[in-house]
Ligand binder design. Structure first.
Ligand code: UD1
Length: 418
């Protein structure tokens, strides 16, 4: 098992290139299965979750190859409509393959994704939506058996919550369905627009992506496409957090700043200066940071739940009391205990966390509890006095391409040991 060892209290400076978005690459990889042709995806990050998605595609009979950050997928000869349990468990978001396999082959068998580090992860909206489109879905012994031998049919789907995964699964299932599918109260995350843009590049007819109403006019067949995955806005937020917590200046390149206005606003409230120009973002932080009254995580364009842990780590170093209300996931404060081991003063109860800024964090042995919680510990380690040792870093590797190399290139001292 690998660990990260961080020598804290070092100032950072320089430039980091932000890699492609995991949460965009995963549904787009599933979408390449729908196309039935060759697709070439650029800016596809080298992350364990992305490798797991490629393993699922290979199991389904696709040919996948990678050269640097480009992945080439040939989905012309699918050999099965099933994802085995082991592969489903490798990556929680593998459920997004359901819409793609069902849309392409008219049947699909996969195991239930189950709960995860963030608490229960129900898929009721995914399943009820696909049923509305004519899919017959049997759930037994943890396996989902789905069938729509007569083909899926477009319909109007009103989501009770703008679920990202459900919106993606419906879009994937609807692209080759008969007639028009309308998703109301659809998720508006930039990753949804990226998926729609890739599918449209393949010949799909999707409009309204990025708004609450998405219309998908079913087409008979798709082509492959050459497409560049959008930059990762959560990784960008993490490196902004690295600058803020160390009182440093950093430039991020390869970003799309308009994707994370609510994150930028937060760092500005803490007293950081942020300047954006085209695909670059410059952040300059001076300590002490200011506390922030209340942060509420919300669906996009609200403050992202994926930046909650990162914001919390930074706010441990702010002057005064900050409050976070987590509205998206039930159990997303597992990093709190680990931050407290490092000297943070945080009380979390239910959906609310209260952070009293402390003068100094101190290095400790801590454990990454989930992907973004793990990234929060890396940030805390950068600011802490002495050495921080983070274990269970497999969680961090799910979403960050070599986080230690990126941060070491701007002056951090982080080593990975086995
Ligand atoms: C995606 C992101 C994840 C992010 C989340 C919210 C990917 C791979 N993951 O996850 O990083 O934190 O969006 O922005 O893109 N829910 C139900 N029933 C359902 C579906 C969802 O109750 O059928 C609930 C979930 O339990 C959760 C909330 O809706 O409380 C939001 O979930 P959702 O938007 O679906 O998140 P994911 O797509 O799983």
């Amino acid at each position: 098992m690998q660990k990260l060892i961080i020598e804290g209290e070092r100032k950072l400076g320089g430039s980091i290139k932000v890699h492609g978005a995991k949460n965009s690459a995963l549904p787009i990889l599933a979408a390449t299965f729908l196309s039935g042709k060759h697709s070439v995806l650029h800016n596809c990050p080298r992350l364990s979750d992305v490798f797991a998605a490629c393993r699922i595609l290979s199991f389904l009979g696709c040919r996948c190859s990678r050269e640097d950050d480009t992945v080439i997928i040939d989905s012309s000869q699918p050999t099965c409509a099933e994802v085995p349990d082991g592969l489903m468990r490798e990556m929680r978001s593998s459920i997004v393959f359901l819409g793609a396999i069902l849309g392409r082959l008219g049947k699909c068998r996969l195991s239930f994704p189950g709960g995860c580090e963030l608490g229960p992860r129900p898929i009721d909206m995914h399943l009820s939506s696909l049923r509305l489109m004519g899919a017959q879905i049997r759930e037994s012994h943890g396996v989902l058996d789905c069938d729509c031998s007569k083909g899926l049919v477009g319909t109007v789907i009103n989501l009770s919550f703008p679920s990202v995964g459900a919106t993606e699964n419906i879009m994937l299932a609807a692209v080759l369905a008969k007639g028009e599918t309308v998703i109301r109260n659809a998720a508006r995350e930039p990753e949804i627009s990226d998926l729609a843009d890739y599918l449209n590049a393949c010949g799909a007819k999707i409009t309204g992506q990025g708004t609450g109403t998405i219309r998908i006019h079913g087409v008979k067949a798709l082509n492959g496409a050459e497409y560049t995955v959008m930059p990762d806005r959560i990784v960008a937020a993490t490196y902004m957090g690295a600058a803020a917590i160390t009182g440093s200046e950093l430039t991020l390149t390869g970003v799309r700043p308009s994707d994370f206005d609510s994150t930028t606003a937060l760092f500005e409230q803490m007293g950081c200066s942020v300047y954006c120009y085209s695909d670059k973002l410059y952040i300059s932080a001076k300590k002490p940071l200011k506390a922030v009254k209340t942060i509420r995580t919300m669906p996009y364009p609200g403050f992202p739940t994926d930046v909650q842990a990162i914001a919390m780590a930074v706010l441990t170093q702010a002057h005064g009391t900050s409050v976070i209300v987590e509205n998206i996931f039930e159990s997303r404060y597992k990093h709190v205990d680990e931050l407290c081991r490092m000297g943070a003063d945080i009380k979390a109860e239910g959906r609310v966390a209260i952070i009293e800024g402390v003068k100094r964090l101190s290095g400790a042995a801590v454990k990454a509890t989930d992907l973004r919680g793990g990234a929060a510990l890396v940030l805390a380690g950068l600011a802490a006095e002495g050495e921080t040792v983070i274990s269970d870093i497999k969680h961090i590797d799910r979403g960050y391409e070599n986080i230690e190399s990126a941060l070491n290139s701007v002056g951090a001292r982080i080593s990975r040991v086995s």
